[in-house]
Design a binder for this molecule. Structure first.
Ligand code: BDR
Ligand code: CA
Length: 314
């Protein structure tokens, strides 16, 4: 096998973030160098703790978890307890983590690691608001040319938004950070709602996790049971969209996805459309392409990959 791809996961767990972390830790093609937590679905004190809970569930208390930004760069923090519950990880009963949080701030960790490792080797998987990544770019602009690529869950265009009619949560929470990151000239793959709304946690797919003979499978099912109820009510679907694991799945099996290299600009001025990702899908402007925007996913293949990998965890 080739050498595993080094990744850093920047995240705000969140049940779907948790499943993405499980998928990464279950995949020998990836080397999780560290996890950086950010405020998003719930405040930072909960997202960093949830990240540690998930590492322990996966039998990986050795993974380094760093806490980062406590709030967005300019705007006030908006959270999503109505989706994820009070803890951000409602559903399963998971023990308080015994593994400790790293002392180093996530932004310092990102800068130090990207400057120390060979240029063009580290992939950033971003599953939440982009505050930590933007702050790292402000702190040390030279990291831009050292990041191999960013694979981000965020945005929505044809599908509209999920927190306002035009904005998706991760971009809406910190649009200024998103704009800075999207304009940094870093190879970017963006996985918007247009794609993730096809990856539904149907009853049959959740049962496959529940039936597993390990801890991680039933815990995943319990997380999804809780997580999907909000979107099932909202969209009237069997299951909810499993957003964040699409990021890790794309690294593992890009052939499951279809997309196009286009320009994406982030609205930061208008209160009405704040955080909208304006995707130049038809290339009607002269704005240079800055992101491969994924529009379709093979949902059956995606859930096959997820169940196969999570069944291998403790
Ligand atoms: C995104 O927002 C969060 O609630 C989810 O974890 C996901 O990252 C979907 O809009
Ligand atoms: Ca998330």
């Amino acid at each position: 096998m080739n050498k595993p791809l080094p990744i850093i996961i920047d995240t705000d767990p969140g049940q779907d973030d948790a499943v993405a972390i499980l998928l990464a830790l279950a995949s020998p093609e990836l080397e999780v160098l560290g996890i950086t937590a950010v405020a998003g679905n719930v405040p930072l004190a909960l997202t960093e703790k949830n990240a540690r809970k998930i590492c322990e569930l996966a039998g990986r208390p050795d993974v380094k978890v760093h806490a980062g930004a406590i709030r967005p760069m300019v705007r006030s923090l908006v959270t999503a307890e109505e989706v994820h519950g009070k803890t951000g990880l409602d559903g399963p009963v998971l023990p308080e983590p015994a593994m400790t949080l790293q002392d180093q701030h996530a932004v310092d960790y990102l800068v130090e690691t990207l400057m120390a490792r060979p240029a063009g080797t580290i992939t950033l998987c971003t599953l939440g608001p982009l505050t930590n990544i933007a702050l790292a770019l402000v702190r040390e602009p030279r990291i831009a040319s050292r990041i191999k690529q960013i694979v981000a869950m965020g945005g929505g265009y044809f599908e509209g938004g999920n927190v306002t009619p035009s904005a998706e949560f991760n971009i809406y929470v910190d649009p200024h950070a998103a704009r800075l990151v999207f304009e940094a000239g870093i190879p970017l793959t963006l996985i918007p709602l247009d794609c993730t709304h096809q990856a539904l946690t149907t009853a049959k797919r959740v049962e496959a996790f529940r039936a597993m003979n390990n801890k991680s499978g039933p815990a995943t099912a319990a997380m999804l049971d809780f997580f999907e109820r909000f979107d099932e009510n909202k969209y009237g679907t069997d299951g909810g969209p499993l957003h964040d694991p699409c990021v890790v799945a794309w690294l593992l099996q890009p052939e499951l996805f279809e997309g196009k290299l286009v320009n994406v600009s982030v609205e930061c001025e208008s209160e009405l459309t704040m955080g909208m990702t304006v995707v130049d899908w038809w290339r009607v402007t002269k704005r240079a392409p800055n992101a491969t925007v994924l529009r379709n996913v093979n949902a059956e293949g995606f859930f096959r990959l997820l169940t196969e990998r999570i069944s291998k965890l403790p």
